[in-house]
Design a binder for this molecule. Sequence first.
Ligand SMILES: [Zn+2]
Length: 339
Amino acid sequence: MRGLKLATKLIGLTEGKKTTKKHLKLIEWLQKKKILRGKVKCSRCHHKMKLKKKIASVDRFEWRCQRRNCKRKKSIRHKSIFTRSKVSVFNWMKFVYRFSQGLRLRQLDFMMDNIARSSRTLSRMAKQLREVCVTAMERLRQREGQRIGGRRHFVVIDESHFRHKRKYGRGRMAGGWKRRKWVFGMLGVQSTRMQPGRRQPGQRPRGPRRRSGKPVLCLVEKRGRRELVPLIAHHVKRGSCVISDEWRAYRNALPQLGYRHFTVNHSVSYVSAETGAHTQHIERAWRSYKETVWRLRGNRTEQLLIDHLYVIEWHAWLGGKHQHGPLGRLLYDMRLKYR
Ligand SMILES: [Zn+2]
């Protein structure tokens, strides 16, 4: 498992009795990871500050100016993700770890583990970490455009509703949902087809690899050609095989843009079997995205849904690809955001 070493280290640092020594160890580790500042200068006299014990504070340590007549103090949280929070650094890091491990946890689990006392605090912490993911994805989009597909790749496209089901159908939609909107999803999946001539006699063809694809998830107002074709053109590399279901407003536009387009229902081409497999892929993906969003009530407002979609993308594009796993990537993105 990737990232096991890092996770074990962090768990070791956050579990157990919170002695002063333990505080210092965690603070130093966070400084090494550049989540906390390792060097701070006095804002009054610009002299170097020193980390000093202060038992009465939550963090047990603080920065102190070394100048005789100054003695100014600063929190160890200065210019970090923890700045305005009252939650201990231990609990913060437990929360960061869980957030990185997936989206399956509910607020109740955190409260039972005493990470925070109120659900408002938890919501605020979750929001801060979602923002870290959003910024990271925006950076990726700017840098490389978040493109999927390619010669040996398939892109499955589909739309879905993510709205919360209301039990009795009473009342209006909760704030922000004025119009029906769709989530347009494009999922890049690597081809599992054997290259001709590469199969040795007696060798069995490889089965489809269980790989989670790279999703691009966009909230759209309509499912027409005018809305969707530009999104496809922007995110899907030319020459890719695009798979959709049979009825599409934008069907004819795709070959013109240089895509090979396959529909699920009556494709007689050589990919038909694989087409079916990839379609299942996106169906499975939709199910898990929806589950995630519903469990975290991530669709109460439009902005909340957009943020949750970014986090889903973050896990697939960045979290899963980091050499130290999602935790490693989350620490990295926290460092960049609070630089
Ligand atoms: Zn000073």
